[in-house]
Design a protein around this ligand. Structure first.
Ligand code: NAI
Length: 377
């Protein structure tokens, strides 16, 4: 089967997420890295793209040049990844969807709910795929957890508890470092700091595993380092459409926690626990029974978890392969095979609605509010 052609915007040399996309897209030989506008500095972006093997005429200086250059080519890219800073996602994603490209957009998909709804509409009208990179949902044992919930193996879900709390911005003497500071500056980051950055991964994960959507929430935000305008710690209570009770803690000042993303799902007949720092194990306890460790790659896993386990049991798989799983599902979807777990623009706009609702709730003393985007009420 011929490789699909892939292009990326952002993700330049030294960026945080660029390498994971390059490894992920190319891990299975499904995509050829054919085009890129990789840096906000045109010359550096062109130079880096060529060092990565992209032909000179497809090593673009900016995304507008890439759109103009790609849209009339017979061998135009089949998929464009948007891995630029948050405030640019909307205009780039919209422009490429309108020109008939499939897009994988980094999270958060947009800055506002209105922009998010616009992307959902544009994606629908274009008939193209708009995926959002909630890549943790593509770990095999997260897919196993989702499948177990779907198969009723823990009964009706009563409670979901999730954390995405690390300590990497907990040093007050480093708070003015420009690489840290912008995340808590509304002019750069938007209405929310830590919740929009990490909390939405946890909230998406709760919906993904529970197979349910958030309906209402109540939030408490804190800026524990007083010079910060936006929150560096947040606690949310939420309720899902099906009645599941949700709790979410996200923090960037939890010194001692490293990646700090974990989730527990408690049903009527069992409980599940998964943590991103031990991603190959899913902990399962049936009611009245012993706790078991379900290992990635073992026999008897649900089909989706088996399909996305790449190397044999007990060999570690990590973050770039989870991103690769997103690209596998995208390649299937581009070729017409439906992959129901692939996070999409609807997930993206639900996150934006949750962010804006959490900000409003926190400002109003934690009052409960409808967290759904207007288009899904
Ligand atoms: P970064 O600041 O490390 O890198 C951004 C890159 O984009 C740089 O190479 C920069 O030159 C380039 N860039 C900026 N504006 C551009 C433009 N207009 N056109 C072309 N290139 C441009 O940022 P980082 O941490 O890599 O984040 C990028 C995005 O990825 C953010 O939206 C972030 O939220 C998301 N992200 C997602 C993660 C996940 O787990 N899914 C993890 C880390 C980041």
């Amino acid at each position: 089967m011929a490789k699909l052609k892939w292009g990326m915007i952002g993700g330049g040399e030294g960026s945080q997420i660029g390498p994971a996309h390059r490894l992920g897209a190319q891990a299975d030989g499904l995509f050829e890295f054919a085009a890129g506008a990789l840096d906000h500095r045109a010359d550096l972006g062109r130079d880096y793209a060529q060092r990565l093997g992209i032909a000179a005429d497809r090593a673009y200086g900016d995304w507008q040049e890439m759109l103009a250059g790609e849209k009339n080519r017979a061998d135009r890219v089949d998929l464009v990844t948007v891995a630029t800073p948050n405030s640019t996602h909307f205009e780039i994603t919209k422009a490429f969807l309108e020109a008939g490209f499939n897009v994988l957009c980094e999270k958060p998909m947009t800055m506002t709910v209105e922009e998010g709804e616009e992307i959902v509409r544009v994606a629908e009208a274009s008939g193209k795929i708009c995926a959002v990179n909630y890549c943790y949902s593509a770990y095999p044992m997260v897919r196993q957890a989702r499948a177990m919930v779907g198969a009723g193996e823990i009964g009706k879900v009563r409670l979901v508890v999730t954390n995405f709390s690390h300590g990497h911005h907990g040093d007050a003497t480093d708070a003015e470092n420009p690489r840290v500071r912008w995340r808590y500056d509304p002019k750069m980051a938007g209405v929310s700091g830590q919740f929009a950055d990490c909390g939405i991964h946890a909230l998406h994960m709760a919906s993904f595993i529970c197979r349910d959507e958030v309906r209402t929430l109540s939030a408490d935000f804190a800026s524990t380092i007083s010079s910060r305008e936006l929150e560096d710690d947040a606690m949310l209570n939420f309720r899902m459409e099906g009645g599941t009770v949700g709790r979410l803690w996200t923090s960037s000042v939890a010194i001692g926690r490293q990646h700090g993303f974990d989730i527990q799902v408690f049903g009527e007949t069992g409980g599940l626990r998964w943590a991103s720092e031990q991603p190959n194990q899913l902990i399962y306890t049936p009611v009245g029974g012993r706790t078991q460790i379900i290992e990635k790659g073992e026999g008897g896993l649900h089909e989706d978890a088996q399909r996305l386990s790449r190397v044999s049991i007990a060999h570690p798989e990590g973050f770039p392969l989870a991103v690769a799983n997103i690209y596998c599902d995208l390649a299937d979807a581009i070729r017409g095979e439906v992959r129901e777990g692939l996070p999409n623009a609807s997930d993206g706009v639900r996150s934006m609605a949750a962010v804006h609702t959490a900000v409003a709730s926190a400002k109003d003393g934690g009052v409960w509010m409808d967290a759904r985007p207007p288009m899904f009420r």
